[in-house]
Design a protein around this ligand. Structure first.
Ligand code: PLP
Length: 381
């Protein structure tokens, strides 16, 4: 039983497996390089993926949909590729993943930027007034995760986008936990840079990620190399998407991502989110009735992610027992979000995280609850 969907979704829809097999067996030539039919076919599928992704995320320019290998590489490109100057300020939150925090800290060290980690709290509320007070005349970028991979808290990105636009600040959204779960429109939400993985909510394979770069954003590519275009020039072509896409693209992966996106559209975001809400409310209700359990995160309006601790039992041990004795996969530890754990008071011991996806069932939730009840009884009698 797989309840670690926030790390990577599983199982992948059969359509994804079929699309990837078809790419690998029929046309995985080098897209955008040669003129033969296989390369043309590969390029067509990749262009289709750009078009569908742009449309899905409310963005009018498919050529600015840039493929990366995961959300981390998209976030690195968005943060380290931004032309910061010493003294520039970035406003972010204390629930960011290390894939935001570490590139920011790296820019602090190398380029002398200032960073504010706004503590947005553990409840469903987000204090926009307090957040706005952290904006300074030097604030050049706001970067937030749309949904926390630790608490499942949802960030009000529409309101933050409005603020960013009014103040002329570049707005980068880490949609790692929400792409394929919640509706996102770059245009309506004033998002300048949108980073997300293909392998989580979009149900695509690992090795896929995307950075969508808004029209007015000026980034410096983190890599230079072959693009299949303007080969005579020693400079990187300043044309999107090649500008940020040096080297051979992951054609089978992108074909799988396209099939994953089509599956999400067929299931519908609303139905996926509703199903996940149903599963976690059942999970939270059940966890509440088990002795020694503490649950963290908002009491409503949250993603399909639930962290908890059991007093007196190490989280890693719980995860190992669930895996080895009950065949249930969950994740324990700090979830690459150490400041988030500081905020909820679990830095010392970490927490166990259960996360659900569209293919998990109510029966599975009942089984994990029974397993946890047995573990607690085994420890405390
Ligand atoms: C909020 C958040 N941001 C970024 C990432 C990084 O995603 P990837 O593993 O695709 O690089 C994750 C992964 O768990 C995440 O949860």
């Amino acid at each position: 039983m797989y309840l670690d969907q926030a790390a990577s979704s599983f199982p992948k829809p059969p359509e994804v497996v079929e699309a990837m097999t078809k790419a690998l067996t029929e046309y995985a030539a080098n897209p955008g390089r040669s003129g033969h039919r296989m390369a043309v076919k590969a390029n067509e599928v990749i262009s289709q993926a750009r078009e569908q992704l742009a449309d899905f995320f409310g963005f009018a320019y498919p050529d600015r949909v840039c493929f990366t290998s995961n959300a981390t590489s998209a976030l690195n490109q968005g943060i380290k590729g931004f032309r910061f100057q010493s003294g520039d300020h970035v406003l972010t939150t204390s629930y960011e993943h290390n894939s935001v925090r570490r590139p920011l800290e790296n820019m602090k060290e190398k380029s002398g930027i200032e960073i504010t980690y706004f503590d947005s709290g553990v409840t469903e509320d987000f204090d926009m007034d307090a957040f706005e007070k952290e904006v300074t005349p030097q604030t050049k970028m706001i970067v937030v995760s749309h949904g926390s991979n630790l608490t499942g808290k949802i960030t009000p990105i529409k309101e933050i986008g409005k603020l960013a636009k009014e103040r002329g600040i570049t707005f980068l959204v880490d949609a790692a936990q929400t792409a394929g779960v919640l509706p996102i429109s770059m245009e309506n939400m004033n998002i300048d840079l949108l980073a997300f993985p293909g392998h989580k909510g979009l149900l695509g394979p690992q090795g896929t990620g995307v950075l969508i770069v808004g029209k007015g954003v000026d980034l410096e590519p983190l890599q230079q190399g072959g693009t299949g275009s303007q080969s005579e020039s020693i400079q990187q072509p300043e044309v999107y998407p090649e500008y940020l896409e040096s080297g051979t693209l992951n054609t089978p992966g992108i074909a799988g991502l396209l099939a994953g996106l089509e599956t999400v559209k067929r299931l519908s975001l609303e139905a996926i989110h509703r199903h996940e809400q149903l599963l976690i409310s059942k999970l939270i209700d059940g966890l509440r009735s088990i002795d020694y359990v503490t649950i963290y995160g908002p009491s409503s309006n949250r993603l399909g992610v639930v962290p908890f601790t059991i007093e007196g039992i190490d989280g890693q041990e719980i995860a190992i027992i669930l895996d080895q004795h009950y065949d249930i996969a969950v994740r324990a530890g700090l979830h690459c979000t150490p400041i988030g754990h500081e905020s909820i008071g679990t830095s010392e011991c970490g927490a166990v995280r259960i996360s659900v996806g569209p293919y998990n069932t109510e029966e599975e939730i009942e089984q994990v609850l029974t397993a946890l009840q047995e573990i607690v009884e085994g420890y405390f009698g």
